[in-house]
Write a protein that binds this ligand. Sequence first.
Ligand code: XIL
Length: 575
Amino acid sequence: MIDPARGARVARTAVLALAAALAVPLLMAPPAAADSPLRVHAQARGKFIGFAAATNQLTNDASYRSIASSEFNQITAENAMKWESTEPSDGNYTFAGADQIVAFATANNQQVHGHTLVWHSQTPGWVQGLSATAMRTAMQDHIATVVGRYASNPAVVSWDVVNEVFDDNGNLRTSFWLNTLGSSYIADAFRYARAADPNARLCINDYNVEGVNAKSTAMYNLVRQLRIDGVPVDCVGFQTHLAIQYGFPGQFQQNLERFAALGVQVRITEADIRMQTPRNASKDTTQANYYRDVVNACLAVSACAGITIWGITDRYSWVPDTFPGEGAALPWDDNYQPKPAYTAIHDALDDGSGPGPDPDPDTTPPSAPGTPASSSVTSSGLSLSWTASTDNVGVTGYDVLRATGASGGTFAVVGTPAVASFVDSGLSASTTYRYQVRARDAAGNASALSPVVSVTTTAGGGPGPGPSSCSVAYTISPWGGANGFTAGVIVTNTGSSSLSGWTLTFALPSGQAITPPGWSATWSQSGQNVTATPLSWNSTLAPNGTASIGFNGTHTGGVGEPAAFSVNGAACTVT
Ligand code: XIL
């Protein structure tokens, strides 16, 4: 199975590194075209091929460095960007390892995927023991600082915002995060990351979610709901720590496709394929077939950005330490000899058209899209279309961003269409919205934002502004210390016709303020006046239909309720 020529080339790489160290000149024939490294073939297919990098090996092992730079165009830090590495004690940030990885990637034209911000593992004890308020603050600070450090660094394109939030049954993992903060920590982490770097791809990452199964279905439902709620989840990572004795995951490609249909990028983030040691030829062949099938699944799904292998050589793999009796999980053996797995990955990436002309990863963003043009504007929806972007490799989709109002507000992604048009819905009548769009390519590069277009929805013949029949139930409970509270608000349509699009307004008693973002509505406060507009899924209220929304807030003493509430400008009954 081993291609002798290719095996020789990698061996040469190691020898050359050694020779350079010893300053002994060696004469070698140039490699044949079919010998091109993985990154050349991956680039030609519009995908990345990456590896998990260990700082110690990058520093000390020339053979490792040589393969790291020549074969791959993407890097994930194996440990150097985890919380215990970047903030070992409160507010004490240490970026030596993370910076080393980013510098290596920059020197070798490789993109970096940040791993990982919020995880139950490899997070210091000082975080785990915090109170809810302090833990939320620590999470926000950590994300802002770590993501913020690399936000303008072109090498760092994406982040695992949350890692392994599910247990093996597909329930939310009962981690200290969940136990202390409740499930809202997930959405909050994504919002904090988006605020720290509006252009980074933000991912959720997990294991045993490669095939269609209960756990992957739970993750699918979570990602779907988060996106409905306007939480900025752009990407889903499938770790792909496989073992040949457990079989290949069922419906791997279909699983990637169902996630892609949610509008997210997908990626293979930590591939390794272990076996019960010792190796033999038959196990190596099975392993090679698994690697081939993983690569082919990604190649078959256009939303799949690429594949990261969790290491290079069996010499340093995490597998034997974690799974006793198992190992040999990587494409290169203990002595840097490529295994059949290497050949399988190479040949799957090589579509037969030979190596691409350019071994560099795609770092060229698409051109900015044209100004969106609106059409079919109603009281609750509209269509947008724009002049498509161009790209050196290919545009894979667009982000549509929306802010409410003729000015001010915050632009947030409301859709990620694959084509240069978008239909927005769930809007409020007689309301001005601003839109702009940006393009993405398969490598994750984002274009500049298009110019902004302002569109005002019509008054409509239906509910719209004017008299409406509504009731509001407002419940306060203490939260987050002496000056915090949570308000739960239930808006009911007490009219006899359906209410499509509603805007709730009320004045908070003085000294009170909402703490963004709130939930199940888009909340804003100006002076003491608070406005809540619905999300797409709760914008239409049937007769007797309700929307349960809420927010966390602060007060300076006394948590009185607002005196009055209006929906679409008409007063509601208070219950
Ligand atoms: C592993 C590293 O490879 C080890 O060096 C470390 O001791 C433990 O973590 N899922 C993940 C990775 O998201 O961060 C883990 O990496 C492997 C499982």
